[in-house]
Design a protein around this ligand. Structure first.
Ligand SMILES: C[S@@+](CC[C@H](N)C(=O)[O-])C[C@H]1O[C@@H](n2cnc3c(N)ncnc32)[C@H](O)[C@@H]1O
Length: 494
């Protein structure tokens, strides 16, 4: 389910508004659909595309921070500005509204300063945040309800509701040396020795549409895969279905169940490997008060559980605790479950965005709010449980070249809307310029405003906020100090 944005009444063009200057959104994507027809995308997907004729395009071009709304109204107000018949006044009354977000009216450019410093992204972020509907902390059952009740289908979910790193790189990408995310992950897990021993059970928790499983199947040799069963656990029923379909087509012996990662339906010490990709921020957050922590008394059973965890594992806290703070209870429960279900020597990889200092902040997405993972707490909990642990930033772990230029995700969404209007497919991905040209063919020269960011640029996807925790439960039987190949034993020198 995608929430509908708050509907705004058209702006009244009062004398005060008419005196303001107008700036069009920088880096805006326009598509020339015909000799005298250009298309724009309002920020809110529920609104139809804006179609402009040449007069409309001139109105847009004139919004360069020099002209006031009044001057624009005088020049374009009564002219029909598009094939849909609306005049310039109609557009001037709407384009600056949050759900259009095509321009900004003010006395100074937004955030002031040089054009390059205009914080449009932040402005848009604020608008998106307003869309989640609810104010304040959204914990409790909110995330479970969203996944179990509100997601009715998987089609388009990762394009428009929550795009993930692995979704952006689900097809081979120049930015990943021609590999997919899943394939690169499998190679780096090989580097860590994950595929060396005979494995029986790999569990993927929160596998989305199943692309990681497909790519693992492609990377692993028949010998590495032989005897291995792939088990999917996911809270969202349509995703489990999609995962099973893709994994079976890729050749996995697989099974899947709807389950919550915080209570794994698995026997103790029964699993060799666990993959959990971009799922921790979906697990239960708890909004604790300083008073609760100081007295050790939680106001609900869930709060009490969080406090008990914090005290039990002696989580070191800054003495300057805020009055209220968020604790990642769900991810800590998940760690404890991993400790229970992994075999001695079993391993898990956990990947998600998060912070190392301070407190988890909400990240508002359409229909639900996720919470950053506090990795200092997670690492402390993992070590307390007994795990051996390695930790890294995701791009460093996957050795992603930081300067590869990829299409702005906002531009990809706009192009997808144009293509939808023409009944053409267009997938949301991290396109390099060459890949975009291949995907769009003759449509590309008709687009203007396509812009690219280095993958390391926080304005692109915040890739450096994604972290990797690799966990190993000690106690595996000692490995032989030799490898056997074609009847020969190769001894390692110690
Ligand atoms: C952000 S998506 C990531 C999907 C996929 N791994 C990817 O990287 O594209 C989160 C996934 O975790 C699942 N999920 C969310 N909360 C969960 C929970 N508490 N237990 C199990 N699965 C959960 C969602 O249904 C979804 O498949």
């Amino acid at each position: 389910m995608k929430p509908v944005a708050v509907a705004h009444q058209p702006l009244t063009l009062t004398d005060q508004v008419l005196a303001l200057r107008a700036w069009r959104m920088p880096d805006m994507i326009t598509y020339q659909h015909g000799t005298d027809e250009w298309w724009l995308t309002p920020l809110d997907d529920a609104l139809p595309l804006i179609r402009l004729n040449r007069a409309g395009l001139e109105l847009l071009t004139a919004m360069d921070g020099h002209m006031t709304v009044g001057e624009l109204l005088g020049r374009f107000g009564k002219w029909v500005c598009g094939p849909d018949g609306q005049n310039g006044c109609w557009h001037l009354e709407r384009w600056s509204l949050p759900n259009y977000s095509l321009c900004y009216y003010g006395t100074e450019p937004p955030a002031g300063g040089h054009r390059l410093n205009i914080k449009w992204d932040l402005l848009l972020q604020q608008i998106r945040e307003g869309w989640s509907g609810r104010q304040g902390f959204e914990g409790g059952e909110h995330l479970v309800q969203f996944h179990t009740r509100d997601i009715a289908q998987h089609e388009g979910h990762f394009d428009t509701i929550e795009t993930t790193v692995s979704h952006l790189f689900r097809e081979p990408s120049e930015a990943l040396q021609g590999l997919t995310y899943g394939r690169l992950l499998a190679k780096h897990l090989r580097r860590l020795g994950w595929w060396e021993t005979k494995l029986r059970t790999l569990v993927e928790v929160g596998g989305g549409l199943g692309y990681v499983s497909r790519e693992l199947a492609a990377e692993l040799s028949p010998a590495e895969r032989g005897g291995l069963r792939y088990v999917f656990l996911d809270l969202t029923p349509p995703f489990v279905k999609a995962q099973l379909k893709l994994a079976a087509t890729a050749g996995w012996r697989c099974s899947g169940t709807q389950a919550n990662a915080e209570w794994l339906p698995l026997r103790d010490a029964s699993v060799d490997l666990v993959i959990d990709n971009e799922n921790l921020a979906d697990m239960t957050p708890v909004n604790l008060s300083r008073g609760e922590l100081e007295t050790g008394k939680g106001r609900t059973p869930v709060h009490q559980e969080a406090i008990d965890w914090i005290r039990r594992i002696r989580l070191p806290f800054d003495p300057n605790l805020p009055d209220e703070f968020v604790f990642n209870l769900g991810p800590v429960r998940f760690l404890a479950e991993l400790w229970r279900v992994l075999k001695p020597g079993g391993r898990a990889i956990l990947i998600e965005f998060g912070v190392e200092t301070g407190w988890p902040e909400p990240v508002k997405l359409p229909g639900h709010t996720e919470y950053e993972v506090q990795y200092t707490h997670m690492r402390h909990a993992a070590k307390w449980l007994g795990f051996q642990e390695q930790y890294s930033a995701l791009p460093k772990f996957l050795m992603i070249k930081p300067d590869t230029q990829v299409l702005c995700t906002g531009a990809a969404y706009a192009i997808q809307r144009f293509c939808q209007a023409m009944g053409k497919p267009f997938a949301i991905r991290a396109y390099t310029e060459k890949e975009l040209a291949q995907a769009l063919g003759p449509m590309l020269p008709k687009l203007s405003g396509c812009h690219y960011h280095a993958v390391s640029d926080p304005a692109w996807f915040g890739l450096w906020d994604f972290k990797v925790m690799v966990l190993e439960k000690p106690g595996a039987a000692p490995k032989p100090a030799f490898k056997e190949t074609q009847g020969f034993r190769w001894y390692t020198q110690r």
